[in-house]
Design a protein around this ligand. Structure first.
Ligand code: IMP
Ligand code: MG
Length: 174
């Protein structure tokens, strides 16, 4: 794979926008009142978070965390490390973890364990993309934007070697 190839469009901008609006509605229906605290997993989920919260009415707060599992390659090392922690406590809060993609599930499983240990009122997870065929661990994802095949995707926040995050669509690198 190179960092100069032009990706093939898998999910275009319109499809992303309408599906994200539907996911936002689903989340608000599950929590009709009250503050929702969104925890965005950097860097890949930043655009998903931005569009998701703008489609959610009512009170919303955000925080960010980051972990590394991939380096710059395309296959998981299986090891997850927290590289940036949250700014604020999540105790007693209704937390929605926002992830770009769940692949092996190792990253999300690790994050969910860390967050649950901090005494939130609830923890749910929203992932823009899911590759179920790659799962190594059974992890709970409450809201999924799109289920995709085992292909390496970029764009709309997702990278290959830090490139392509600015694409307004999800594309496949071949
Ligand atoms: P997991 O721990 O294997 O589930 O990997 C999750 C993380 O790997 C995601 O948050 C992404 O940062 C990265 N990742 C997995 N698959 C892809 C992909 O197809 N494109 C870009 N990043 C990916
Ligand atoms: Mg990534």
């Amino acid at each position: 794979m190179s960092t100069t190839a032009k990706p093939t469009v898998l999910i275009d901008h319109e499809e992303l926008a309408s599906r994200i609006a539907a996911v936002a509605q689903e989340i608000r229906q599950d929590f009709p009142t009250g503050q929702l605290h969104f925890v965005c997993v950097l860097k890949g989920a930043f655009l998903f978070l931005a569009d998701l919260i703008r489609a959610i009415p009512g009170h919303v707060s955000i925080d960010f965390m980051a972990c590394s599992s991939y380096g710059t390659g395309t296959s998981s090392s299986g090891e997850v490390r927290l590289t940036k922690d949250l700014d604020a406590s999540i105790e007693g809060r209704d937390v929605i973890v926002v992830e770009d993609i769940v692949d092996t599930g190792l990253t999300l499983h690790y994050l969910q364990e860390i967050l649950l240990a901090r005494g939130p009122r609830s923890v749910r997870t929203a992932c823009l993309l899911s590759k179920p065929s790659r799962r190594k661990i059974d992890v709970k994802v409450d809201y999924i934007g799109f289920t995709i095949e085992d292909k390496f995707v970029v764009g709309y926040g997702l990278d290959y070697a830090e490139q392509y995050r600015n694409l307004p669509y999800i594309g496949v690198l071949e």
